[in-house]
Design a protein around this ligand. Sequence first.
Ligand SMILES: [Zn+2]
Length: 66
Amino acid sequence: MDRSSYKDFDATELFCPNCKRAVPVRKRLLLVLPNGDKYDYTCRFCGTSVGDKMDTRQDNFRIVVK
Ligand SMILES: [Zn+2]
């Protein structure tokens, strides 16, 4: 599963409040909405949700990190 398809997302590490450091994250499709897809990022070590991203189908693209 480690293909070069990670190019669409720049943050491969996010801060995990549980591990108290930047950790590699796992991307998971959470919701498919009419205007885009919502992805959830979880810590690879403890599974805590460390952020999410709304991937809209239009040009405006935004990243929301908790
Ligand atoms: Zn963690």
